[in-house]
Structure formats: C-alpha cells, structure tokens
Design a protein around this ligand. Structure first.
Ligand code: FMN
Length: 174
C-alpha cells in the first residue's frame, strides 16, 4: 500500500462517540473540506445545516432505524442539494460527503453517512425538523464525534471488479 494513501483506508463508519467536544474550528475545517469537492460545471449546488442542539439531534435520530447515532454525536451535519441549480446535485453532494468523511478521519473524528435520499418519508422527516424548503433535497445526515469505537483500516479491493481494456462478462464460477 502506498503510505500516503493509508489514511483513506482508515475511514470507517463510526457509530459511537465519546462526550468530548467537537470545536467550531473542527466543524469549519470539515465544511471547508466538503466544499473543496469537485462539482459539475462548478455549480456547487450544496448547503450544510450544522446541528448541535440535543433535542434537534434526537429528532434526527428518529429519521429511520439506522440513524440513532445522531442523538449521541456532538454535531450532525445535514447535506442539502439544489436540483434546480444542477442536475448533478446528487453527485456533487456525494463527493462533498466523502471529502467530509475523509477530513473527519484526518482530524481523528468519527463519522458515518446516514442515508436520507432517496426515501421520501425520511426526507419529509428531516425537512420538518430542520425547516428545509420543498425545492431542496436532503441527501444525508453525517453525525460527528470523537470515536467511541475503533475499527481497523481496510480496503475491500476485488480483482473481479476490474476489467482490462474492455468489459468482460464473467460467470460466478469465473
Ligand atoms: C449511500 C450510503 C448510505 C448509508 N446509510 C447508512 C445509514 O443510514 N446508517 C448507517 O449506520 N450507515 C450507513 N452507511 C454506512 C455503510 O453502512 C458503511 O459505509 C458500510 O457498511 C461499509 O463500512 P465502512 O464505512 O466502515 O467501510 C451508508 C453508506 C452509504 C455510502
């Protein structure tokens, strides 16, 4: 493994957090990383809601059965896209989220992508909690805190997913 790429493999979904505070400076650094993402036609059709309030985080934790970590994170970032600004909104916002997750790893913070889009019921819930206008979409929530669990770095490289020059149809048996 190329050493300088190691930290990318350190990014894991961290779902438990300690009570240690996450500073405004750290949140700002994460948002700067998010907004450094590539964007189709450089439109940058994203917005981020920074949620620290405990009651609001608790409400976000109820978005669906795999969003409970929002309640125990120090801060939750909601990633919002504007489909009227760009039909690449989902790609752009996803690139921003990956930057965010990698930046959190670099700062020794734990984070996880909590899906909202494309489930309309989840989106309606987040919309009502955070006052998101109907013309905007909620891609996901990202709870962030100091890790309360540790996971090993890993790649899940699969040779079978790589094709040489042209796509080769492969059967399961090889
Ligand atoms: C589009 C997307 C949606 C996800 N939604 C959730 C989610 O709602 N709740 C959750 O706990 N993890 C969610 N995850 C995290 C995945 O479960 C996780 O990335 C996967 O299990 C691989 O583990 P790793 O991130 O530690 O490598 C999501 C990841 C992606 C990319």
């Amino acid at each position: 493994m190329i050493e300088s790429l190691e930290w990318i493999l350190r990014r894991r979904s961290i779902r438990t957090y300690t009570d240690a505070p996450v500073s405004d400076g750290q949140v700002q650094a994460l948002l700067r990383a998010a907004m450094a993402a590539p964007s189709g036609n450089d439109v940058r059709p994203w917005a981020f809601v920074v949620v620290r309030d405990a009651q609001r985080r608790k409400a976000l934790a109820e978005t669906h059965q795999w969003s409970h970590m929002c309640a125990n994170a120090q801060v939750v970032l909601a990633v919002i896209g504007d489909p009227l600004a760009s039909d690449y909104w989902m790609e752009d916002c996803s690139a921003a989220v990956e930057n965010l997750l990698l930046a959190a790893t670099a700062l020794d913070l734990g984070s996880v992508w909590v899906a909202v889009y494309p489930r309309e019921k989840r989106e309606a819930h987040v919309r009502s909690v955070l006052n998101i206008p109907a013309n905007l979409r909620v891609l996901c929530l990202v709870p962030i805190g100091h890790p309360g669990e540790s996971k090993p770095p890993r790649t899940r490289y699969e040779e079978s997913k790589v094709h040489d020059e042209i796509f080769t149809i492969r059967t399961k048996s090889g």
